[in-house]
Design a protein around this ligand. Structure first.
Ligand SMILES: CC(C)(COP(=O)(O)OP(=O)(O)OC[C@H]1O[C@@H](n2cnc3c(N)ncnc32)[C@H](O)[C@@H]1OP(=O)(O)O)[C@@H](O)C(=O)NCCC(=O)NCCS
Length: 183
């Protein structure tokens, strides 16, 4: 597999591993991460793309049992969130990823490294062969980040996602990464 195997250790009760990338680790989110992650989520640079309508008491730990969430840690501090969900029907088995990073830390290659680190895990340990990601068509930074890891744009998803302010819909793009394409 390109990019080698992730360094991973299984943490605590959750059996969710801690994954090591260059300059960061990905570890299971815990309730104590909530305040830091909500502060990042509510920066304009992140909320513009993610929306920020979350329950302050439960997010990010308890809101969606079908999503596995990792805190991105840089220099021992919470720097963002990366998450995956899985389609486990054997005929269509694949995983999907989403991410946000503290605006103060964007543009240094950390987003790319977090996606790469999670993709390696999903390929090598979760045995997926295909990962998808669906940024807004106007989110050029996210599209560049995913392309740098090997994702290819395969189509436009018309009026795919509601605008974070609820006013209407915007296009998304479907990007795919196959196991042989990870850089
Ligand atoms: C998307 C995100 C995770 C990327 O993380 P990051 O650490 O900033 O990304 P990187 O530094 O690894 O790479 C950024 C790439 O985008 C490029 N880029 C930056 N601004 C850009 C723009 N306006 N248009 C096109 N490319 C742009 C950079 O040049 C870089 O590519 P390069 O190294 O090939 O030149 C981060 O910016 C983020 O959290 N954004 C807000 C939330 C969000 O949009 N999440 C994704 C939802 S799908």
């Amino acid at each position: 597999m390109p990019g080698g195997h992730p360094t991973s250790t299984v943490s605590g009760m959750s059996q969710q591993p801690t994954l090591s990338g260059a300059g960061l680790i990905l570890r299971a989110v815990v309730p104590a991460d909530g305040a830091a992650l909500i502060a990042i989520l509510r920066t304009p640079e992140v909320a513009r793309w993610w929306g920020d309508d979350v329950d302050d008491d439960t997010w990010p730990v308890d809101d969606d049992p079908d999503t596995v969430k990792f805190a991105i840690e840089v220099d021992g501090r919470v720097a963002g969130l990366v998450q995956y969900s899985e389609e486990l029907d054997p005929m269509y088995r694949h995983a999907g990823i989403d991410i946000f990073l503290d605006p103060k830390l964007q543009g240094r290659g950390l987003g790319r490294e977090a996606v790469r680190t999670l993709a390696r895990y999903l390929f090598s340990e979760r045995r997926h062969h295909r990962i998808v990601i669906d940024p807004a068509a106007q989110n050029h930074r996210a599209i560049s980040t995913y392309a740098a890891v090997g994702f290819r744009t395969v189509g436009v998803l018309r009026e795919y996602e509601r605008n974070p302010d609820g006013t209407g819909w915007h296009d998304g793009v479907l990007m795919e990464l196959l196991v042989s394409e990870l850089t």
